[in-house]
Design a protein around this ligand. Structure first.
Ligand SMILES: [Zn+2]
Length: 329
C-alpha cells in the first residue's frame, strides 16, 4: 500500500457537504486531501474555506492547500484576480506585448508572499502545495522582458537583455523563479507548514521554454515533498516510458535530498475505454524503486474524476472506481 493516498478537491464551500465528501474519501481508503484554492476562492469564500479545511482536518485526512492558478504562474484553470487588476505587473514579451500572467519580479511577489503568510496563519492545514510553477510558454509571446526584469538582468549580468533566447537569459529566468519559490517555501516553513513542490513533467528545451527550474535547482529548496504529474493522457505520451522516466527523476532527487516523493495520476478528461489505464499507471508507479526509495504518496486530480465540470472524464464513476480500487485494494 502506498503510504499516502489522496485526491484534489475544490469548488465546495459548504463545510457540511465537504465533511460528507471527506468521510467518503476515507471510506474509499484515502488518507489525504489537497484543497485547491484560487485567488477568487480566497477572496470570495475566505470564511467558508477555513471551515472546509477544518472539516478535512477533523475527518483525520492529511490536509494540503494549493495556490490554484495564482498569478497564472501556478498551474490550474481558474483566472487570476491579480492579473485582472494589475496590468502593470504582467509579464511582457520581447515584442513589448503584455502576457496574461504575473511577472515573479513584480508586485505579484509581495502579493503572493503576504497572502500566503495570512493563509498559513489563519487556515488549518498541514502542507502547502506549489503546483507547476512556470512562465507562459506560448512560443509567440513569452517573457519576461518587463522593465523590472530588464533592470535586474543588467544588474546581475552587466549587459542588456536582448530579445534573443540565450542560455544566459534562460538561466537567469529560472533563477528568478527559484528565488520566488524559495521565498514562498520560507514563509510556509516559518509557519510550521510542510511544503510540496510539483514540477511539470517537462524536459530539455520544453522545460527551458517553460522557465521551470530543473530538479537539481528545485532540490536546493527546503521543501519536504518533491512531486510531478506525468499525465500521459493529457500530454499525449505513451504511459510506461513517460511515467517511469518522470517518477525515477523524482525518486533520484528525493534520494539525494532525503525528501518524500509524490506522483499525480490523471482522473480528468479520461476518454471512454481508457479508464483501466488509471489502475495500470498506479501499479507501475508502485513498482518503481530507485536507490532504495519508493514513491511515498500518490494523488489523483480531481475528486470524483471531475464530474460535472469541464474536466469531467467520459465515465467519472468508473474512473473513480479504478482509482480507489488500485490505491486501496
Ligand atoms: Zn518581468
Amino acid at each position: 500500500l502506498i503510504p499516502e493516498r489522496g485526491v484534489s478537491y475544490y469548488g465546495v464551500y459548504d463545510p457540511v457537504a465537504a465533511f460528507r465528501d471527506f468521510e467518503k474519501m476515507k471510506d474509499d481508503g484515502l488518507n489525504a486531501v489537497l484543497v485547491a484554492v484560487s485567488e477568487f476562492d480566497y477572496w470570495f469564500w475566505k470564511g467558508a474555506i477555513g471551515d472546509v479545511l477544518a472539516e478535512a482536518k477533523r475527518s483525520g485526512l492529511s490536509t494540503y492547500l494549493d495556490l490554484w492558478g495564482w498569478g497564472k504562474v501556478f498551474g490550474g484553470e481558474p483566472g487570476s484576480l491579480f492579473v485582472q487588476n494589475n496590468p502593470g505587473d504582467l509579464q511582457v514579451s520581447s515584442s513589448g506585448s503584455s502576457i496574461p500572467a504575473a511577472c515573479v519580479n513584480s508586485g505579484f511577489r509581495t502579493f503572493a508572499l503576504e497572502k500566503l503568510e495570512a493563509i498559513c496563519r489563519e487556515f488549518p492545514f498541514d502542507g502547502l502545495f506549489l503546483d507547476e510553477p512556470h512562465y507562459n510558454f506560448d512560443r509567440e509571446a513569452w517573457g519576461c522582458y518587463c522593465e523590472r526584469c530588464r533592470a535586474l538582468f543588467k544588474e546581475t549580468n552587466g549587459e542588456e537583455l536582448t530579445g534573443e533566447i540565450t542560455d544566459k537569459f534562460l538561466d537567469w529566468r529560472e533563477n528568478s523563479m527559484l528565488r520566488f519559490l524559495s521565498d514562498l517555501v520560507g514563509v510556509a516553513k516559518a509557519q510550521g507548514k510542510d511544503v510540496t513542490i510539483c514540477m511539470l513533467p517537462f524536459e530539455g528545451e520544453r522545460r527551458r521554454l517553460a522557465g521551470a527550474p530543473g530538479w537539481e535547482q528545485i532540490s536546493l529548496l527546503e521543501a519536504d515533498v518533491m512531486a510531478t504529474d506525468p499525465y500521459w493522457i493529457a500530454f499525449g505520451e505513451p504511459m510506461e516510458p513517460f511515467v517511469v522516466r518522470h517518477t525515477r527523476r523524482v525518486l533520484e532527487t528525493c534520494a539525494s535530498t532525503g525528501t518524500r516523493s509524490q506522483i499525480w495520476v490523471q482522473l480528468f478528461n479520461v476518454p471512454a475505454g481508457r479508464e483501466g489505464e488509471v489502475a495500470e499507471g498506479i501499479s507501475l508507479v508502485e513498482k518503481i524503486e530507485c536507490e532504495g526509495k519508493k514513491v511515498d504518496s500518490v494523488f489523483g486530480w480531481p475528486y470524483a474524476a471531475g464530474r460535472g465540470s469541464v474536466l469531467a472524464s467520459d465515465d467519472p464513476e468508473l474512473v473513480w472506481k479504478r482509482f480507489i480500487s488500485a490505491l486501496a485494494p
